[in-house]
Design a protein around this ligand. Structure first.
Ligand code: SAM
Length: 258
């Protein structure tokens, strides 16, 4: 992010198992990030090779679920397990409605699935950060080539190495209700968000679908139930503006309290 220095707290970059120096983007304690993604240093993602196997000579064999190559010998890039959810992530990121040049952060970015859409929204003059506390996830994000779309930062989302009011858009998918102290996280996210900024919480499944996968229905204490979430947001510096809990997605859009 131009003109910003991410204050290198001890959460800023830790773990020897994190992305290596060649997997650019995960910053190391207190170092100033380059203003633009390190394009030339990314590993190229190669196309699946044609299968020369005996059954269908010359035909490309792919896994119907992933669209990727089916057998290990032919696999050339990282496995994209949830590629079918990419349009849902793109649609969710569009709901941030960020202007070109904005600063966007994907909190709990995992493999960085939202980062290409965030980059598309803020444009080449904008800034995108993928933040995750798990070095292995950042390494996976780097393998997926996300450093072409932004920087990867190792940090705890409740202690962000970012100045107050420095971010226009926070995107976070599948994180908030897994945190031990969601209110602390929301308060921290409000701290780093500019007065005209926005928070977008997303999940590629609705609450009922998620609960059903664990053999239950959403309980009254569910943080993401509309009333609970509204209260949690209001007590931490946010106003809930949009709320959707449907088959196929969960989405909540909030803005800083005026
Ligand atoms: C369910 S995954 C979602 C990944 C990604 N947002 C997506 O939708 O594909 C949750 C991610 O949050 C990260 N995470 C968990 N606690 C965190 C914390 N306190 N700060 C930052 N990231 C955290 C995990 O390492 C994991 O990558």
């Amino acid at each position: 992010m131009q003109g910003l220095r991410y204050g290198g707290g001890r959460h800023a970059a830790r773990g020897r198992a994190g992305p290596g120096r060649r997997e650019q983007g995960a910053r190391r304690g207190g170092a100033r990030l380059p203003d633009r993604p390190a394009r030339g240093r990314c590993r190229p993602v190669r196309r699946p090779q044609r299968c020369r196997g005996p059954d269908r000579p010359g035909r490309r064999r792919s896994d119907a679920r992933t669209g990727g190559p089916r057998h290990a010998g032919a696999r050339t890039g990282p496995r994209v397990r949830y590629a079918h959810q990419t349009p849902a992530y793109e649609a969710a990121v569009a709901r941030l409605r960020l202007r070109p040049g904005g600063r966007a952060v994907d909190l709990g970015c995992g493999t960085g699935r939202a980062m290409p859409a965030l980059r598309a929204q803020v444009g080449a003059c904008g800034h995108v950060l993928g933040v995750d506390v798990t070095p292995a996830m950042l390494a996976a994000a780097a393998r997926h080539g996300r450093t072409r779309h932004g920087h990867l930062v190792a940090a705890d989302c409740t202690r962000l190495p970012l100045p107050g009011g420095s971010v226009q858009g926070i995107f976070s998918a599948g994180l908030l209700d897994h945190l031990p102290d969601p209110s602390a996280a929301l308060r921290e996210w409000a701290r780093v968000t500019a007065a005209d900024g926005v928070l977008l919480l997303f999940h590629p499944s609705g609450r009922a679908e998620r609960a059903a996968r664990h053999g239950r229905s959403p309980g009254p204490d569910d943080l993401l139930a509309e009333g609970n979430l509204r209260r949690a947001l209001e007590t931490t510096g946010w106003d809930l503006e949009e709320y959707e809990d449907a088959a196929g997605h969960f989405l909540a859009r909030a803005v800083p309290r005026g």
